[in-house]
Ligand binder design. Structure first.
Ligand code: ATP
Length: 137
């Protein structure tokens, strides 16, 4: 009995499939979920969301939100999610540059610094996930 996985953002349903295993970037660290996992509800950090399906590993980038595991149903509600193939790496490079420059210039406020750090983290996740494009087994 596979897991039924749905990944949903405010804009769209990014992924819906029956899958064999999920490795999710929970805020407190990566969690692996197999069928018959105990119920789980937790927050997600920005990170790589891995899906194993029929011997193939797919990777999504996800950015915050929640994962809800109940029975064999896994629902991910996240602010943004992208398949590796959808990531515009030039855009992510630019976002990384902008964030690094803001941090190097000395942000004007703690809130600005936090925003720049979060933007840098998003860009790094996107670059890492987009590098995995085409490396499916
Ligand atoms: P940028 O500064 O380039 O806009 P961001 O980190 O501020 O990046 P988000 O707020 O995380 O962007 O996302 C806004 C929307 O743009 C989301 O729908 C997200 O999926 C999409 N998005 C952001 N960056 C990329 C990218 N490099 N490739 C593809 N989609 C992206």
């Amino acid at each position: 009995m596979p897991l039924h996985l749905e990944v949903i953002t405010p804009e769209r349903a990014v992924y819906e499939e029956d899958v064999d295993m999920v490795i999710a970037p929970a805020s407190e660290g990566y969690v692996g979920i197999l069928p018959h996992h105990a119920p789980l509800f937790t927050t997600l950090g920005p990170g790589e969301f891995r899906v194993k399906r029929g011997g193939v590993e797919e990777v999504l980038a996800v950015f915050g939100g929640f994962i809800d595991v109940r029975g064999d149903r896994v629902v991910v509600l996240t602010d943004a999610a992208e398949h590796a193939e959808e990531i515009d790496s030039a855009r992510a490079h630019e976002a990384r540059e902008r964030a690094q420059q803001a941090l190097a210039a000395g942000p004007v406020s703690a809130a600005d610094e936090q925003r720049a750090r979060a933007a840098l983290q998003r860009a790094l996740v996107r670059l890492r996930v987009s590098e995995r494009r085409g490396r499916r087994r």
